[in-house]
Design a protein around this ligand. Structure first.
Ligand SMILES: [Zn+2]
Length: 68
């Protein structure tokens, strides 16, 4: 009887709002590249994109569903 390792690949892919690159949720969190802005999480491919976003978040933030 052998155990097949269950690989949980439920990591989500998000888009870096600054450069448009696809970023893996788990990877970004590992590298502290996730930013929560106005209740929404944004992921970045690198510190430079994260810095750009933090400098002017309104320029990059995606206008999502506004909660009442
Ligand atoms: Zn980027």
């Amino acid at each position: 009887m052998r155990d097949e390792p269950v690989t949980e690949t439920e990591s989500e892919i998000e888009t870096d709002p600054v450069c448009g690159m696809r970023v893996e949720d788990e990877l970004a969190r590992d590298h502290d590249l996730a930013v929560v802005y106005e209740g929404r999480q944004y992921l970045f491919c690198g510190p430079s994109c994260r810095a750009k976003f933090l400098h002017r978040p309104a320029d990059y933030a995606v206008p999502g569903r506004t909660q009442p």
